[in-house]
Design a protein around this ligand. Structure first.
Ligand code: AMP
Ligand code: ZN
Length: 137
């Protein structure tokens, strides 16, 4: 089976800014943030997408995504959060390991769908990762 980018992030082969973990799922910062604080939540066990994943993996991802979203409300002043999971290329998926995007929202933040993948400033992403970590409960 070809290597999976997010499985390699889980094993640590590829680095990522992790912000939260539990037994079933892990959250880390997206390197191409659509909005400040854009994070991804993935199950530890590989599933291709939300259409293929077992219910327990979907539930675990949403539980952790909710925690990240609440942290974003607290420390980023997000007034809303968009949770999004793309399935299959026609659904907008580009990485084929189930993930939930956690997109902290602000009034008139200009986010529209689909967004362009544009690299963020690593220093800014790291600072936001630290804030989110400190607010997770
Ligand atoms: P999607 O296009 O819905 O499958 O989402 C894949 C997401 O993974 C995109 O938002 C990418 O910016 C993000 N991404 C790709 N490679 C990495 C990486 N090495 N670390 C963090 N996020 C990544
Ligand atoms: Zn994988």
């Amino acid at each position: 089976m070809p290597a999976c980018l997010f499985c390699e992030i889980l094993t640590g082969t590829i680095p990522a800014l992790r912000i939260a973990e539990d037994a079933e799922a892990m959250a880390f910062m997206d390197i191409n943030p659509a909005v400040p604080g854009h994070a991804l939540v993935i199950p530890r066990d590989h599933s291709v997408d939300a259409l293929a994943a077992p219910p327990a993996a979907l539930a675990a991802c949403m539980v952790l995504a909710g925690r990240v979203g609440r942290a974003a409300e607290l420390v980023l002043g997000a007034t809303g959060v968009t949770f999004l999971s793309c399935a299959r290329p026609d659904g907008g998926q580009t990485v084929f390991h189930l993930h939930v995007h956690v997109l902290p929202r602000q009034p008139a933040d200009g986010l529209s769908f689909p967004w362009l993948h544009k690299p963020g400033d690593p220093a800014v992403i790291e600072t936001i990762a630290g804030s989110l970590r400190s607010a997770l409960y």
